[in-house]
Design a protein around this ligand. Sequence first.
Ligand code: NAP
Length: 253
Amino acid sequence: MRLQDKVAIITGSSKGIGEGIARVFSAEGAKVVIVSRNEQEGLKLAQELGSEAGQAIYIKADVTSKESITGLIDAALNAFGRLDVLVNNAGYHISKNVEETSEDEWDFIMNTNLRSTFLCSKYAIPHLRKTKGNIINISSMVGLVGQPNAGAYAATKGGQIAMSKGMAIDFAKDGIRVNVICPGWIQTPLVEEWFDQQEDSAASRQYIYAQHPLGRIGTIEECGKAALYLASDDSAFVTGITLNIDGGVTLGY
Ligand code: NAP
């Protein structure tokens, strides 16, 4: 059990990559805090993990709201008494170039992906300092190499990487490690929604799979295992890195 009795908040964990991380952490003995805006799937997952291994709770929160975030952290501390790991995973993707992106859309994606990472980290750090805990930010390959029709999204994902490096330097003295995961394409509801929006979704799927040298897209469990490495003492000497879980898709760009 590599996370026995550690307490982890995972934002956006009712489904997709966050769910994969919650499942792997829970199986390794962590007490997990499942977070999303819509209760149904998150509650179901918390009930399943709570009865299976360790304990899990669901907290409804919107990471674009400071009050919601401070409420989330208070609730996690009330339930479990400590905080060891924060995973900033909640996020969304807007498929538009910068010219087509409205100012409201820019604000929305910034608030959802980047400002949320800032706010959750800001209010978690005092508690992580007590446990010498760590932060894992879920960025994207897009933050490293860009993507067509994703200027605003790329800005949020590149911003997460840069901010993580800064935080890794600032909080190393407190024993807090800060690392980033950059997934390639991962099989999640968000990605399925994107495939569904394409004119020929079967052809798009084939094209995207072929873009990955390993010939497929990734699974949420594979992201969970990467996060487990960064959350656990196995990576005790690792801070400020970006760990690509991408089937090699960023190679050869
Ligand atoms: P997803 O399937 O759409 O799941 C997103 C999760 O975040 C859900 O639990 C959603 O629940 C929650 N969420 C969204 N907005 C929220 C908010 N304002 N407050 C609280 N929770 C919120 O997405 P995903 O594909 O797993 O992506 C997760 C992260 O990985 C994102 O940051 C994304 O940029 C990144 N990523 C994904 C891929 C990929 O291929 N899937 C690749 C690279 C990076 P509610 O809607 O109920 O709130």
